[in-house]
Design a protein around this ligand. Structure first.
Ligand code: FE2
Ligand code: FE2
Length: 185
């Protein structure tokens, strides 16, 4: 394409308009979409199931928290459960935008998830398991962000936002561990 001084960056606007009309059934996915759609949908579904397992684990911990610090810790678990649910919703939304189907099937939930479902007996155990799960999420989401790169900036931005939240969650668990460790169960 010859550089056009009036349009130094965009490809021919007529061509973009034509292509946009051509495959309207594809919704948000245009011919300019650079990523491998099938892989992106698979990776996003893995992130979705990871979030679902995190919701379930935090919910279990919310209701099983016992002991001296139970109420405030339980509240923190509840807050995280709600935020993981929001992440799951955002990822599912993006999957449908891309023309895919979010997998909410309970079949094989744990094998598809990156994070684990560990119940933990004591408050300290629960917090440690949640910290481990957050660290797993941080690592696998960082990898997803790198994989998406500039090929699907919208999905990448979403995963970056979620990643930042998981880092906060990990930080929260570290301070909880410290607090509960000092004050006892
Ligand atoms: Fe999350
Ligand atoms: Fe999290």
């Amino acid at each position: 394409m010859r550089p056009n001084p009036d349009q130094p960056f965009l490809s021919d606007i007529q061509e973009i308009r034509r292509r946009a009309r051509q495959h309207m059934e594809k919704g948000a996915v245009t011919d300019g979409y650079k990523a491998n759609l099938e892989t992106v949908l698979r990776v996003l579904n893995e992130a979705l199931v990871t979030e679902i397992v995190c919701v379930l684990r935090y919910k279990r911990h919310q209701f099983m928290a016992r002991g001296l610090n139970a109420q405030s810790v339980s509240d923190e678990f509840a807050e995280h459960a709600a935020e993981e649910q929001t992440h799951a919703d955002q990822i599912a939304e993006r999957i449908t935008q891309l023309g895919g189907e979010p997998n909410f099937s309970p079949d094989g939930l744990l094998t598809r998830s990156h994070s684990e479902y560990k119940e933990g007996k004591t408050l300290m155990d629960m917090i440690k398991e949640d910290l481990v799960a957050e660290r797993i999420a941080i690592e696998s989401y960082s990898e997803i962000v790198r994989f998406l790169g500039n090929d699907d900036p919208t999905s990448r931005r979403l995963m970056e936002e979620i990643l930042a939240k998981e880092e906060e969650h990990a930080e929260d668990m570290v301070s909880l561990l410290d607090r509960v460790g000092k004050q006892g169960l």
